[in-house]
Every structure is written in C-alpha cells, then in structure tokens.
Design a protein around this ligand. Structure first.
Ligand SMILES: *Cc1c(COP(=O)(O)O)cnc(C)c1O
Length: 354
C-alpha cells in the first residue's frame, strides 16, 4: 500500500549544475543541488523535506559522533538512451537499511518512505544524472542519532537524509590485493552485516597499511583464524575456480550485497555452477598457483565489478590472467550495464523508473 509522502520542497536559487565538470567526477566528491531530510521523534518519522544541499546544524553531543549510532546505504541511478532515469533495485537497499537500523537500536524506516525519498530527490535533480557510459548518480541514504546526550544508550531522535551526486568509474586500474591475516573488519556476533559507519572507520588503518605496502585493496578473512576469505575492501568477493563461480556465503560478518545477489542470479540463469559457501584462503592460493583460479573480482555498487590482478598472501604475490581476457567477469559487467542503462529488457524488474 503506497501513500504519497508529503514532502516540502525548497528549491535552490543558485544551481551549481552548469559549473560542474562532468568530465572529472571522482567518487563521492560532487553533490547535486538538493538533499532529502527527515526527522524521527516521538516514535514517528516526520518533517519530510527537500532543501538545497548544504551544511546542517547539530548538537556536538549527538551519540552518532560519540558512539557511532550511524549507518548508511549506497545505490545508483542511471540514465537510459531515451533520457529515462532508473534506480537499481532500491527495495533491496530498503530492506538492508532496516537490518542495519535494527542492529544499531535505531528506528525502522518504512520501505515506502525509503523508496519515495529516493525517487523524489533523484527526480528533482535528474539533470545531474550523467548520460555517459560508466557514469551514474550515486545515492547515499543515511541515518544518525541526534539526541544531545552523552549517555551510552540509544537515542530517541534521529535524522534520515539522502545525498546524491554524479560519479564516474570507481577503480580505473586492475587491483593488487592483499589477503589480510592480522586485522579484522568484523567478527561473529559483531555488525559486519550492517552498513554501520564504525565498520568503515575501523577498516581505514589496515587499508592504509596495505596501501603503504603497495596494495590497492585488502581481502578480509575470518576474525578467528584468518583461514577463510570474507570480503574485499567494501565489496563482496567472487572467484572463478575450476569452472565454478565461488563466493563466501553470507553470515553476520559479511555484508549481503545487492551486486553479489545480482551477479549470482545472472550466473545461475546462464547455467554456470555457483557455490555459496565458506571459501578457504588455501584453495584460492592453490588455484592461483595451479592456474585453476581463472577470475577474481570485487562486486559492489560503487565499484561494480573490480578485477583483481594479483593476490598476495604471507609475502608471496600470485598474478592472475589479464582481466580483459576473462570471459565471466567481462560478460557479467556487460550484461549488468546493459540492464542498468536500459539497453536490454529488464526481465527481473530490477530497474525502478523515476
Ligand atoms: C556496500 C558493501 C558491499 C556491496 O554491497 P552492494 O549492495 O553490492 O553495493 C559489500 N561489502 C561491504 C562491506 C559493503 O559495505
């Protein structure tokens, strides 16, 4: 049942669209003219507004800042050749938004409000959706606690916001990745499955160390023994091993990615053998050595399909085949783009038209 959300709209008087360089759009740096804002208080969501993008005033005592009661989502809007704009599978992000909220003792946001807020902000700034291959509009919904209270307890008030901005390709190069065997992103019983802000703050130090060693990304392993592969940076990780598509099964240490689900769905439809299970570091290294590991990539909304060029483990670097020659990930990337940009029929109902 869909009730139309009553959104108060204040349009900017000074659009920045004309002065924005659409030929130079590094991820996450350019924001559109507007943003969506809503408040939670007295047990309900209210004050739905679209306002000019800009700074907001907040108490310095909010628990989002002190205790990390904060989480986010990430999805994208695409411009089709006929000028129509679609958002890819927003219902999946709506569901995950509420999983994150639950884990952080934050209020659920009805799926309807999530979808309508995104449709409204994308619609008002639809001229900001780039009409170029490999370009899209990144959508960043997020929620954070706003009680001015330093007690370690769930806040009673929250803000929900959505920022949007045009973006170009995320990774421009083939990645050198390192299998992390000391630091951990998430542990059993933790909040790895939530897009909780603190997970990302905590991942920066290990990532920085890896960058200093010359790597582009980390492959996270299980917190207990570091024997099983979990994710790659802030993306899910997939391998083609001995002719089978293999990826770690989701569990509370792993973010259940929309891209992951999409790739697995397509692979199954193509008749590709797919295994979702625990994936050991040993079998990946063995496959890299004996040539049975024919593809490896990260899968996520921001990066889409990010090819792994080499995998390092305990100081040894194993090189994989030239990504341009990899049949599966090339095919997936092409098909995924074709669906998102509307150049093939959307058989799964994945495109939400704005
Ligand atoms: C967002 C994210 C992913 C990818 O999820 P998508 O829904 O495909 O964008 C994977 N792992 C982590 C840790 C993430 O934060």
């Amino acid at each position: 049942m869909t009730e139309t959300l009553d959104i108060k709209i204040t349009k900017t008087k000074n659009s920045r669209l004309q002065e924005t360089d659409f030929n130079n759009l590094p991820f996450g740096k350019t924001f559109s003219d507007h943003m969506f804002v809503a408040d939670y208080a007295d047990g309900e969501w209210k004050n739905f507004e679209i306002v000019p993008y800009g700074e907001i005033g907040l108490s310095p005592a909010i628990s989002a800042l002190h205790y990390g009661q904060s989480f986010f989502e990430g999805l994208k809007a695409y411009k089709h050749a006929d000028g129509q704009v679609s958002v890819f599978r927003p219902n999946k992000n709506a569901a995950r938004f509420n999983k994150s909220a639950e884990r952080l003792c934050m209020p659920e946001l009805p799926e309807d409000i999530f979808i309508q807020s995104i449709a409204a902000i994308v619609d008002i700034d639809r001229d900001w959706v780039p009409a170029k291959p490999n370009h899209s509009m990144y959508i960043r919904p997020f929620m954070f606690a706003t009680d001015p209270y330093l007690g370690v307890a769930p806040s009673t008030t929250y803000k929900y916001m959505v920022l949007v901005g045009p973006t170009g390709p995320y990774f421009s190069k083939v990645l050198r990745v390192k299998i992390e065997t000391y630091f951990t992103r998430s542990a059993e019983g933790g909040m790895g499955y939530a897009k909780s802000s603190g997970n990302y703050g905590g991942s920066m130090f290990p990532a920085k160390k890896a960058t200093e060693e010359g790597f582009d990304q980390l492959i996270w392993t299980d917190a207990k023994d570091h024997l099983y592969v979990e994710e790659m940076g802030a993306a899910n990780v997939m391998f083609m091993l001995d002719g089978k598509l293999i990826t770690p099964s989701t569990r509370d240490t792993i973010l259940d990615g929309v891209t992951r689900d999409t790739v697995l769905t397509m692979a199954r439809e193509w008749g590709m053998p797919v295994e979702e299970r625990r994936v050991s570091v040993a079998e990946i290294i063995e496959g890299a050595k004996n040539g049975k590991l024919t593809d490896a990539f990260g899968a996520g909304t921001a990066a889409t399909i990010a090819a792994v060029g080499s995998i390092s483990h305990n100081g040894e670097e194993y090189f994989l085949s030239d990504p341009k020659t990899r049949e599966f990930s090339q095919k997936v990337l092409k098909e995924l783009d074709a669906i998102k940009y509307g150049s093939v029929p959307d058989m799964h109902g994945w495109n939400y038209m704005v």
